[in-house]
Design a protein around this ligand. Structure first.
Ligand code: MD6
Ligand code: FE
Length: 220
């Protein structure tokens, strides 16, 4: 069955430096990560829908480790939440990131060199989405590692020039890995929709989607 699964969803290079590996994480590992996300979401510096400068809020809820992201900068405390210090990125997550980079680029040296200092954990309820954007508040072009848990989503991977076409639509499912680096590091991308009720029940999320992204800010 695992074999049939990987035949129907092969690993794919979406653009130079942008690699999708379906079914990268075992169900057990997914369940552990979901449990950890629940812990990280608690106060201090709890998960929240990020306030936007225009007065609205994002539909996605976010909690940060390492550095705290709020539009459009990184800080050591959750300045727009409760100003509590943000906990460090766990060594387990750093290790996961190194294995992700190794596997995506088939390059153990690139994996060893990977030193993510920040994790953003996003929760999408069935109505949440994320508009086309670039992750550009980091100062270095180390890859971003993205892990999906729970409901599947439509992930739109674009180009570095504009929010519009050309783009490639990719379905990200629970346990999938997407690595985003090299010439694709600053490409526009977004999540136009979630597919409610498509999650892996055994991973411990009854609804919605979690996305963990590991980044290197280059800040000290
Ligand atoms: C998401 N991801 O998958 C949103 N950014 O929920 C991102 O915005 C993202 O997956 C940079 C690199 C990978 C990503
Ligand atoms: Fe992003």
């Amino acid at each position: 069955m695992d074999h049939l699964f990987s035949v129907s969803r092969p690993r794919r290079t979406i653009a130079p430096g942008a690699v999708h590996i379906p079914g990268w994480l075992s169900t057990n590992r997914q369940r552990e990560l979901v449990e950890q996300c629940r812990e990280w979401a608690r106060p201090p510096a709890p998960m929240r829908r990020t306030a936007l400068p225009g007065g609205g809020r994002m539909s996605v809820s976010t909690v940060c480790l390492g550095w705290h992201w709020s539009p459009y900068r990184y800080t050591r405390t959750a300045v727009d939440v409760d100003d509590a210090p943000v906990p460090p990125v766990s060594p387990t997550l750093v290790d996961l990131g190194r294995r992700a980079v190794t596997d995506a680029y088939d390059d153990p040296a690139a994996g060893r060199a990977y030193e993510p200092d920040t994790a953003l954990i996003n929760f999408y309820d069935p109505a949440a989405r994320m508009g086309m954007h670039r992750d550009k508040d980091e100062r270095v072009n180390a890859p971003i590692v993205s892990i999906s848990l729970g409901d599947a989503c439509l992930f739109r991977f674009g180009n570095t020039e504009s929010r519009g076409r050309p783009y490639t639509d990719v379905r990200l499912e629970s346990g999938d890995l997407f690595v985003f680096g090299g010439p694709s590091r600053f490409a526009f991308h977004g999540v136009p929709l979630i597919h409610p009720g498509t999650g892996n029940a055994e991973c411990g999320l009854t609804g919605g989607r979690l996305n963990i992204t590991l980044r290197t800010t280059g800040l000290t």
